[in-house]
Ligand binder design. Structure first.
Ligand SMILES: C[C@H](O)[C@H](O)[C@H]1CNC2=NC(N)=NC(=O)C2=N1
Length: 121
């Protein structure tokens, strides 16, 4: 089983992801980011590349796509919350999206606040 993130790991890794547009989901130990691409083709291209990265890591997103928008939630089901696998996949997705997608702001809280929600210490 994959270990849940410790408080120290949250403080080390989550703020940088917050800077790239990942947000906290209320009442869940999970992070969310919404991209809007220029077209369905770009959105689907991103999803195809992210799917290969997810399959390689055996760690899979909860996500949906409507036309050019991709809405991604990351959490580790076996850990019942965030683990390093989510941090790694979030970074890979940021890299794969590059600057092709514009980040859509939702109304969730900044990702930093997940430091308060720590599991496993
Ligand atoms: C059997 C297989 O390794 C597990 O079901 C994997 C697959 N992908 C997964 N993805 C995510 N996000 N969380 C998991 O706990 C998980 N478990």
């Amino acid at each position: 089983m994959t270990a849940p993130l410790t408080t120290a790991e949250r403080q080390e890794h989550l703020p940088a992801l917050g800077q790239t547009g990942w947000g906290a989901i209320p009442e869940r130990d999970a992070i969310r980011k919404i991209w809007k691409f220029r077209s369905f083709s770009e959105a689907w291209g991103f999803m195809s590349r992210a799917a290969l990265a997810a399959e390689k890591a055996n760690h899979h997103p909860e996500w949906s796509n409507v036309y050019n928008v991709v809405d991604v939630t990351l959490t580790t089901h076996s850990a019942d919350g965030l683990s390093m696998l989510d941090i790694d996949l979030a970074r890979k997705m940021d890299k794969l999206a590059g600057d092709t997608g514009e980040v859509q702001r939702d109304h969730s809280e900044p990702v930093e606040c997940l430091c308060k929600l720590h599991h496993g210490e």
